[in-house]
Design a protein around this ligand. Structure first.
Ligand SMILES: [Zn+2]
Length: 135
């Protein structure tokens, strides 16, 4: 865990890029604090996730928008050039075929802002994470 020396917020990754200041309290607030050009992507992914997980709790966890139901089901975060989705390592493995053109790493998928978001795929991955719940 890394703590930003300026704002004291804690992040998983050292030198995680973020906007210094108090942690946002809601997903809407998180999105509102991102640069204007990035917001449409965040609204889009948030809408896709919330319709795939209508009964999950929406909150901020690890400074990231999080969908929760007994545990963190899926999270996302905005970066300078891409949006990261955190569905967990098993989901990334299960969808490896469909994710070939995207950069992935342990439990994370990167969607660059210069490509349209693969909404259907994100919906499928999210639903998969919801079904895995309870295991
Ligand atoms: Zn900071």
């Amino acid at each position: 865990m890394w703590e930003c020396p300026k704002c004291k917020r804690k992040f998983k990754r050292t030198n995680q890029d973020h906007y210094c200041g108090a942690a946002p309290q809601s997903i809407a607030e998180y999105i509102a604090r991102q640069p204007e050009e990035v917001r449409p992507y965040l609204f889009q992914i948030n809408e896709t996730i919330s319709s795939a997980l209508p009964d999950a709790v929406q909150k901020i966890s690890w400074s990231m928008p999080t969908y929760w139901k007994k545990r963190n089901l899926i999270q996302f975060a905005a970066f300078k050039k891409h949006l990261s989705l955190y569905p967990g390592p098993e989901a990334v493995e299960a969808f490896a075929q469909q994710l070939q053109s995207y950069k992935t790493s342990k439990g994370t998928i990167q969607f660059p802002y210069d490509k349209p978001l693969p909404i259907d795929l994100i919906g499928e991955i999210t639903a998969w994470c919801g079904k895995k719940e309870g295991k």
